[in-house]
Every structure is written in structure tokens, then in C-alpha cells.
Design a protein around this ligand. Structure first.
Ligand code: 5GP
Length: 179
């Protein structure tokens, strides 16, 4: 990690403990159900990989990809499906896994689409939540951390395609994106 560019917000070990807690809660809540975990690419891939290994019930996986941020640090509000789910979600208990909920516009759009496909339920699990930035009625059901309005990278989250492999969640120093 390049500490000239980032400050650590949540360290690797701390995140693992949080993910294990979320996994235990989800395991208890979904016992006996047909759980389908839907990851939103690309940001959620590391969180999802860790989370599903902490959910101790049978589950299936699928992925969706939507356009959101591009290379800037502010939401355009424009959401487009780049990759849809591979499988039907009819009668399934769908748990959407997202890296971060910011304005909530992306998830609002995804939830609206998925709810039209007759799932048994649709819930949201996000690692990070910025409630102060919300512009839609979305309320995640499982939240790792609520954070202030800072631009974060690492643990799957990028800036201009970089930093996804950093093991910690870090605040990107403004000097990097104000260049
Ligand atoms: P929303 O539609 O909720 O405004 O935006 C959600 C998406 O914006 C996230 O999935 C993520 O891709 C991106 N995003 C929002 N805040 C941040 C942030 O602090 N850091 C990074 N890397 N992406 C963010």
C-alpha cells in the first residue's frame, strides 16, 4: 500500500471480524431458505468472496454489473446494466452484496428491476454505507460500517481502476484525485 496516497480506515483483521459477524447474522436469518447471493461487480468481489465463506447454509451465487462511477469520485446518477444475472430469481431469497451504498441510486435501480422478477424477497448487504449522501429511499438490511462522506478505496473498491487489491479499506487522499 502506498501511504502517500491513502490513510487506512479499516484494517484487514478488523474487516474479517466484521464480515464474520455479518455472515453469522445472515446464516441465522436465512436458515431453511433458497438463498441466492447476487454480487454487484466489480467492487463487491472481494467482500462477497469473504462473506459467502462465512455464511453456513447452502447458497447459490450470481453476478450483475452496472455502470456507475467511471473514473470520477461523484455519482452521475446514470445507471445501466452491463451484465445481467445468468439465472432466474423467481421464488428465491435474493441477497444483494454491494461494496458501498452512497446516493443509493444504483441499488434503488437494481432492486426495482429484480423485484419485478418475482423473487421471494430482496435484501441488501453492504460493507460500507454513507447515509449522509442518500438520494433514494434505499436502506440496506445488513451494513458493515457506516462511514462519513470520504472517498474510500481498497478491499475491492477502486479509483480509476486502481487500489482494488489493497487489503484494507482506505481513505484516498484528495491530493490524488485533485491532481
Ligand atoms: P450510489 O449509486 O449509491 O451513489 O453509488 C454506488 C457505487 O458508487 C458503489 O458501488 C461504488 O462503485 C461507487 N462509490 C460510491 N462511493 C464510493 C467511494 O467512496 N469509493 C469508491 N471507490 N466507490 C464509491
Amino acid at each position: 500500500m502506498n501511504f502517500n496516497e491513502v490513510d487506512v480506515l479499516f484494517a484487514e483483521e478488523e474487516i474479517q471480524e466484521k464480515v464474520a459477524q455479518l455472515g453469522r447474522q445472515i446464516t441465522a436469518d436465512y436458515k431453511g431458505e433458497d438463498l441466492l447471493v447476487v454480487g454487484i461487480l466489480k467492487g463487491a468481489f472481494i467482500f462477497m468472496a469473504d462473506l459467502v465463506r462465512k455464511i453456513d447454509i447452502p447458497l447459490e451465487l450470481d453476478f450483475m454489473s452496472v455502470s456507475s462511477y467511471g473514473t470520477s469520485t461523484t455519482s452521475s446518477g446514470e445507471v445501466r446494466i452491463m451484465k445481467d444475472l445468468d439465472y432466474s430469481i423467481e421464488n428465491k431469497s435474493v441477497l444483494i452484496v454491494e461494496d458501498i451504498v452512497d446516493t443509493g441510486l444504483t441499488l434503488n435501480y437494481i432492486c426495482e428491476i429484480l423485484k419485478k422478477r418475482d423473487p421471494k424477497s430482496v435484501k441488501i448487504c453492504c460493507l460500507l454505507d454513507k447515509p449522509s449522501r442518500r438520494k433514494s429511499p434505499i436502506r440496506p438490511d445488513y451494513v458493515g460500517y457506516s462511514i462519513p462522506d470520504e472517498f474510500v478505496v481498497g478491499y475491492g473498491l477502486d479509483y480509476a481502476g486502481q487500489y482494488r487489491g489493497y487489503p484494507a479499506v482506505c481513505i484516498l487522499k484528495p491530493s490524488v484525485y485533485e491532481k
